[in-house]
Design a protein. Structure first.
Length: 297
């Protein structure tokens, strides 16, 4: 082989190696951390949480760390702020505590690129989290487990979309009204229940409690209702005695979010139909409680 041909071949080999090296640089530059959601926000007895997955477009072995760029998880309207002390990232082994503008290691020596890793964003010990859309900005870094150099970095907006969740509990749900012999012959007398049922409301949205009379046509008389007590956080309750007509709903209480086992004590009474007497005996009723989101209508 001539000397000139050798020079040409060496030049081509050098150019090929150079292009391969530059290509590797571009591949590394294009590598990125991918974070995504795995399902909607869930409300549990302990708080709220949302599943996440994390991966990268290369196969490096990394330590993954996150740095909150905000000091709180904030609802879109700005009226609810959840400090970072109540916000955690779970790596399927433990809840990792976070501090504002500081890195917290989530994973150590994990190989990325083969399959995604699971994480769970959690709000814990805050109490009832009001419904709404919450946001928290993060910086996420993949640090080479051996060289300790930052290999990949990205930003991510954690969004928790907390749905409306409401529930009702009861104590002495069915009132007992005892009509004695003397009461039976008293026209237009309202016989009051011997005990006052309590309704317990838990809601992460502003709420309204209604009562509906689902009784049948063989009711012994007219039923009346009012509230006689309520938790301090119940903003409005029915204090005047009102007749409950069959098939109609009556608002008996309202409150603001969050409500955590707020109680309303309900008094019932019964009165004979017009110009009729009540038959002596014990009576219950067919009232149904309905809890709805209060939309201010």
């Amino acid at each position: 082989m001539s000397l000139e041909r050798k020079r040409i071949l060496m030049k081509k080999t050098f150019i090929t190696l150079l292009l391969a090296f530059v290509s590797c640089l571009f591949i590394k530059a294009d590598a990125m951390i991918v974070v995504d959601y795995l399902g909607p926000t869930a409300v549990t007895s302990l708080g709220v949480e949302r599943n996440l997955i994390i991966n990268s477009s290369d196969g490096g072995e990394y330590d993954i760390a996150i740095r909150p760029l905000d000091d709180a998880l904030v609802r879109n309207d700005g009226e609810v702020r959840i400090p970072l002390e109540y916000v955690f990232i779970n790596n399927t082994h433990e809840d990792v505590f976070m501090r504002y503008n500081e890195y917290s290691t989530i994973f150590k020596r994990i190989t990325m690129g083969g399959f995604s890793r699971n994480m769970v964003a959690k709000v814990r010990n805050f109490g009832v989290v009001p419904a709404g859309v919450y946001n928290l900005n993060f910086e996420i870094q993949a640090v080479d487990s051996d060289t300790r150099e930052v290999a990949l970095s990205t930003s991510f907006n954690l969004q928790l979309i907390v749905p409306v969740v409401q529930s009702i509990g009861f104590h002495s749900q069915k009132p007992r009204i005892n009509v004695g012999v003397n009461d039976a012959f008293a026209i237009n007398k309202k016989i009051v229940s011997e005990s006052n049922p309590q309704v317990f409301v838990t809601s992460n949205a502003d709420w309204v409690l209604l009562l509906r009379n689902d009784g049948t046509e063989d009711q012994p008389g007219y039923y009346y209702v009012r509230t006689v007590a309520a938790s301090p956080n119940v903003s409005e309750r029915l204090q005047d005695r009102v007749r409950v007509e069959e098939g109609k709903e009556i608002v008996i209480a309202r409150g603001k979010a969050p409500a955590n086992n707020e109680y309303i004590s309900v008094e019932y009474s019964i009165e004979g139909f017009e110009n009729q007497i009540l038959k002596p005996g014990d009576y219950t009723n067919h009232m149904r409680y309905i809890l709805r989101q209060d939309r201010g209508q």
